[in-house]
Design a protein around this ligand. Sequence first.
Ligand code: HEM
Length: 209
Amino acid sequence: MMVVEALLGAGLVLFELVGSNRSVGRAVVMPLHLVSTSVLTATLALVAWWSRPAESALPAGDRGLARGVSVALGAVLVVSAAGALTALGDTLYPVQAAALGERWAADQAASAHFLERLRILHPLLAVAASAYAWVLAGRARKRLASRAGRGFAGAVLALTALQLVVGSVNVLLSAPGWLQVLHLFVASALWIGLVLLRTEAAEPRTRAA
Ligand code: HEM
């Protein structure tokens, strides 16, 4: 994944998909770059988790719950890829400080670029995916026996709620740089929380709480 990341980054520079480039190619590579970063982050998190010695007398795994978390992981990946498109749109067409209704009308105007039209997609998908992740993590917190599994479920619950707030404030403040960084940081933490919840649900490495 480190090699894939490096190749995607090099491709962005070599094909000049940077600066004010408004091509469809850039709108394809940016989400791909985010997906590859997410897979690299998941790999690193799993290597770190699996490098800890497992405890003894482990509870059984919960395959059904693990499958549900896999679906949530896929949903968050799609949401994040759509977020990368929104971020690209914000870079090329900075959001004007105006009432939400006026901004929506400007984004949907006949002359608007497709990245401006797509701005609405990410928040809509995010709310649906967050609701699913929230319900699932609540169930995991009650159902999972493993100590770490319950901890990861609690972290996913908190991070999902926090991300909904940070994302909404991001829209209201027209995405200032510091808030974009915070939003991306919470997205990465939520992603890692789900990855660890998935592995602990399937094959627990810690004893019952
Ligand atoms: C599960 C919840 C969410 C996840 C995982 C998520 C993830 C992301 C990611 C990965 C980006 C791209 C960051 C970048 O490449 O710089 C992004 C951008 C963005 N998101 Fe979200 N997001 C979530 C919820 C929301 C919600 C609920 C809203 C609004 C109501 C929102 C508004 C935005 C906006 C305006 C951007 C573009 C500006 C920026 O880069 O920060 N997000 N999001």
